[in-house]
Structures are given as C-alpha cells and as structure tokens.
Design a protein. Structure first.
Length: 300
C-alpha cells in the first residue's frame, strides 16, 4: 500500500488528478466521515486537501467542507437547516443527496426508515457538533476519536499520515454503525408487529434483539415484560416500564436459593437488584416467573 492511500481512497496534491476536494489542516469528524461515505459510493476517491479554492477548474469534482458550494456549510447563511434547528454540515449534505442510493446498493429492506434512523442517530449529531450547536449534544457520544488523530504538538507525524489513520478508524466505525442501524430498523419493524398481535402482558422473542426504541414507539401499554433467549444461554425476562418491577421479596432475597423457594422456580438463575431483570434456564420458567410477579399485585 502506498503511503498516501487507504483502500480506494488516494491522496493527491494535483487538482487535475482529484475527483474530490476538501480542506487541509486540522481535520474533524465531519470531513473524515464524509470521505469514508464517498468511498462507499464512488469506485475511487482521489482526494485533494487544500487550504482554499480560488479560480481552479473544479468541474466534475465533489467539493465538501470547503468552497462555499453544494456540500459546504461555511457560508454566512449556512447551507440549510432541519426542522429541529440543526444545521447541515458536509456529511449531512452528502447524506441528504446520496444516502438513499447508498442504502439501495446495500439492498436494505426499509430504505426510508433506515435513512431517517441513520440521519437522526448519527448524521445529525455530527452536523450539530461541527456547527457547535451544543444544546443538541446532551447525553450523546461523538466519534471524537477522529479529532484525536490530528498530530499532537509534541509528535513528529505528517498531516497526511494522521489523516490516513483517521480514515482507517472512521471506516471501521462506519461499517459497524451501518450494520447496527440496518439491524435495529429491521428489529423495530418486527417487534412492533409482534406487539400489535400480542394478547398477553409479556412479549416473547425468538432471539435477543434491540427492543427499547420499538417499545417507545408502541401504543400497546398492556405489554409490561419482554422475554427472549439470551446470548448467555438462558432466558431474560425484562420489565418495560418504571411502574413494573419484580417483587421486592425476590429482589431483596439474600441469595438465589431463597428466590427459588419463593417463586417455586428451580431453574431461576438471576434476579437483578434493581428489579428490572430476571433470568431462567427455560422459556416455560420465564413465563411462570411473569405470572408469579403478576399475582397478588402490590406496590413496590
């Protein structure tokens, strides 16, 4: 691998060779993630990083985070704002333009929902961070490891090498995140359908799936527990509302054997000290535990 290349991304210092242009100097999550995104929709990215763009011939080149054009956001009037008040940065602008086509290439089943999910959960956050809209960043985690890749003051490393290192980390993050987003959107659809058909106070899943967003979207308030086969080779029983907890008598039991005697469930494995989770060896016991918890209801 050449020193100025990562996968299908190659850095150049010649404008006539480049098909993409962004700014030089200190890089941020915005321009690095934008580069990785472009590498997923273009056969090859030949990238020029420059301080300014003046009268150069830049036709047929994608210019982002610089140049005051379609994919820049440094204009005095910015370059568009969402209804929630978050301004676009370069990745937000590129995602709006090419995001759905990218998901089509991945054969995503729920393109519109997946597009909105990724925009809401990741892209908008990067946009807000880059535009210094701190009020939108509470309780969120940013892929700030990108900024940390910039050369330190006491480090003898070129800007080019640091940028390539950031690309590698961002690429790994992007692949993992897109896989997660696609899986979660599919899970939300499946779980909402199951909740709609559920006639019990508990919902059973065949396997462990991300369920919290689906529960928030559901209008079925009768479902208070979710049961699924855990990756720990047992069945998890989780409560879904703050008002629903496992009984204090088993939560505060001095050991699991006392909890087993109280519930008459011999394969009870674990009781969470907060009253939100229990584990059993079998599905039958998981259902039995829910019924035990619903009997003789009382205030915790």
């Amino acid at each position: 691998m050449s020193l100025n290349k990562y996968k299908n991304i190659e850095l150049t210092n010649k404008i006539n060779e480049a098909n993409c242009i962004t700014h030089s100097g200190k890089f941020h999550v915005d321009d690095v993630i934008s580069t990785i995104f472009l590498s997923n929709i273009l056969e090859k990215v030949i990238l020029l990083r420059v301080a300014t763009i003046n009268d150069e011939n830049v036709e047929n080149k994608i210019i982002y985070d610089i140049g005051m054009g379609e994919f820049d956001h440094h204009q005095k009037s910015r370059n568009g704002m969402r209804e929630n008040g978050i301004y676009y940065s370069s990745i937000g602008l590129l995602w709006q333009k090419f995001g759905k086509k990218y998901l089509e290439r991945l054969n995503v089943k729920k393109i519109n929902k997946t597009f909105e999910y990724i925009d809401t959960e990741l892209i908008q956050y990067i946009d807000a961070a880059d535009n210094m809209q701190t009020k939108y960043l509470d309780n969120r985690i940013s892929p700030d490891f990108i900024t940390l890749c910039n050369p330190e003051w006491n480090e003898n490393i070129s800007e080019e090498d640091a940028f390539l290192h950031a690309l590698k980390l961002a690429d790994e993050f992007w692949d993992v995140y897109i896989k997660h987003a696609i899986a979660e959107v599919e899970a939300i659809t499946i779980i909402l359908d199951k909740i709609k058909k559920c006639k019990n106070c508990y919902l059973i899943l065949d396997k462990e799936m991300p369920y919290k967003k689906a529960i928030k979207l559901s209008k079925n308030n009768n479902v208070k527990y979710i049961i699924f086969k855990s990756r720990r080779e047992c069945y998890d029983i989780r409560t879904l509302t703050d008002s629903c907890k496992f009984k204090e008598e088993i939560v505060q039991a001095k050991d699991i054997n006392v909890a087993k005697n109280l519930t008459k469930i011999n394969d009870l494995i674990y009781v969470d000290i907060h009253g939100n989770l229990c584990c059993t060896e079998t599905l039958e016991s998981a259902i039995k535990l829910v019924k035990y918890n619903e009997e003789n209801s009382y205030e915790n």
